[in-house]
Design a protein around this ligand. Structure first.
Ligand code: ZN
Length: 465
């Protein structure tokens, strides 16, 4: 019999799924994701899996976000780990940078994570096969990885076929979505993928659907498509020549939106994206080589580092060569910074340039991360106001200080998670025959209010843990 357990499914972040089945007289288990609870979750302490008591044969990571893959080091050394190959390299880049940084106190832990991630025998990556990925065969399980659109690049959902003697064809099928969305550049493929690959055009049915539901508690948030956001960014950058940006270094799609928007301004040298560190430059280089090999949207060709501002870019043929800073003042720029005091100095440089009359506009700041980090309060469904537990006070202060200096702060972001209608569309399309488990959500019960077929509504099971 196949058994599905979801731990911490009723919070956003840190959810762990364990599937077990009996095969040739033994119990076999696989785990999907082992990450950390997000700050502001009700249960701050991470869920501890009883590795000794209930050993798992393998751990699969849906994507590289810390709330899914953040506790890699706690997985016993004998257990193989499966993930996307670009996801693996993104994680290596992150931990290499932190392992070298003197601004973190757990640098040694990061160096150990790099060593682990580089262990080829233990870390297995999904291998491409035509338009899809090779099926992973394990005792009692076959796991088919499918690429999904999310704010992390190289994210997957898994179709798991568990050996099950009680089923007529000997198999129990589980579709685990991981985090996904329909409004990104690659989101449109979800429905055809379900029809052609998951259902094999009606030949194969899914028994259980495990589906994320982050947006159930954030349904008041406006969901722009990634391309709509790009258009808004293009209009904004057209009006504002000196733009700073706060955006995650691993959110490829949004970085591409802002970079492409900067290309649309048609300012010769103003189309450069300046980044705050060598680490950030490396991630863009990785995305250009991987995602950029499929489509030009993900190619970042004009990239420079803010720390090289006072150098002269190579290949300049001018009689009096210009430094990057002079070029930034003359032609404008898009520059990624972090919402930390250390990076505020870059904004100040251009405020000073404005005050000195070298540039004719004040710099602006685009905040493109989840607004939940910079809101003091949360407004509940019935309009009640509560202190927002996910807020980052330092970020709120940083944005406030910029505004006090006269910097226009523009919030422009789109979610990495499926909008409520998309959740309903996926449930209807997958049409699970047995059960639906909502996870990665604070409002699992609200799944019953989704516009889905009545018989599917009956199959929704919410996990108590
Ligand atoms: Zn995620």
């Amino acid at each position: 019999m196949t058994d599905i357990r979801i731990f911490r499914g009723n919070q956003i972040g840190g959810c762990v799924t364990v599937i077990s089945t009996e095969y040739e007289g033994d119990i076999h288990r696989i785990m999907i994701d082992y990450g950390s609870s997000l700050p502001g979750s009700d249960k701050q302490k991470d869920f501890q899996y009883p590795w000794e008591e209930k050993p798992v044969d393998a751990v699969f990571f849906t994507h590289y976000h810390g709330d899914h893959a953040g506790r890699l080091m706690e997985i016993p050394k004998n257990i193989p780990i499966y993930m996307g190959s670009t996801a693996r390299q993104v994680m290596i880049n992150i931990h290499e940078a932190l392992g070298k940084s003197d601004r973190v106190d757990d640098a040694e832990d990061h160096r150990q994570q790099v060593a682990l991630l580089k262990e080829d025998k233990r870390v297995k990556v999904f291998r491409r096969q035509g338009r899809c990925y090779e099926t992973v065969h394990l005792p009692g399980f076959q796991v088919e990885p499918y690429s999904v659109d999310h704010s992390a690049y190289d994210a997957y959902m898994f179709l798991i076929e568990a050996a099950d003697a009680e089923r007529p064809d000997g198999k129990y099928r589980i579709l685990h979505t991981g985090d996904f969305r329909g409004h990104g550049r690659r989101g449109k493929v979800m429905m055809p993928l379900i029809e052609s690959y998951i259902h094999e055009f009606g030949k194969r049915k899914v028994d259980t659907l495990v589906i994320e539901g982050t947006m159930m508690s954030r349904s008041d948030e406006e969901v722009l498509s990634e391309t709509e956001m790009q258009m808004q960014a293009a209009r904004f950058l057209y009006q504002h020549k000196y733009a700073f940006l706060i955006c995650s270094s691993t959110n490829l799609d949004s970085l591409a939106s802002f970079y492409q928007a900067a290309q649309m301004t048609n300012r010769r040298y103003g189309r450069y994206i300046y980044v705050y560190s060598e680490y950030f430059r490396k991630q863009l280089e990785l995305f250009t080589k991987t995602a950029g090999s499929f489509t030009d949207v993900y190619k970042f060709e004009r990239v420079a580092r803010l720390l090289d501002m006072d150098t002269i870019p190579p290949g300049q043929k001018k009689k009096v060569p210009m430094t990057r800073r002079e070029m930034m003042e003359k032609f404008g720029f898009l520059a990624v910074i972090k919402p930390e005091d250390f990076y505020g100095k870059y904004i100040d440089m251009f405020i000073d340039a404005y005050k000195a009359g070298r540039i004719d506009e004040m710099p602006v700041l685009i905040y493109s991360m989840w607004d939940g980090y910079v809101q003091e309060y949360r407004i509940g469904k019935n309009g009640e106001k509560t202190v927002n537990k996910a807020k980052k006070d330092a970020w709120i202060d940083f944005l406030r200080r910029q505004e006090e200096k006269g910097v226009l702060v523009k919030h422009l972001h789109t979610s990495g998670h499926a909008a409520v209608q998309m959740l309903a569309d996926v449930i209807n399309a997958v049409d699970p025959q047995d059960k639906i488990y909502p996870m990665h959500t604070e409002c699992a019960d609200d799944f019953k209010t989704l516009p889905i077929k009545p018989e599917l509504r009956q199959r929704i099971v919410t996990m108590p843990e």
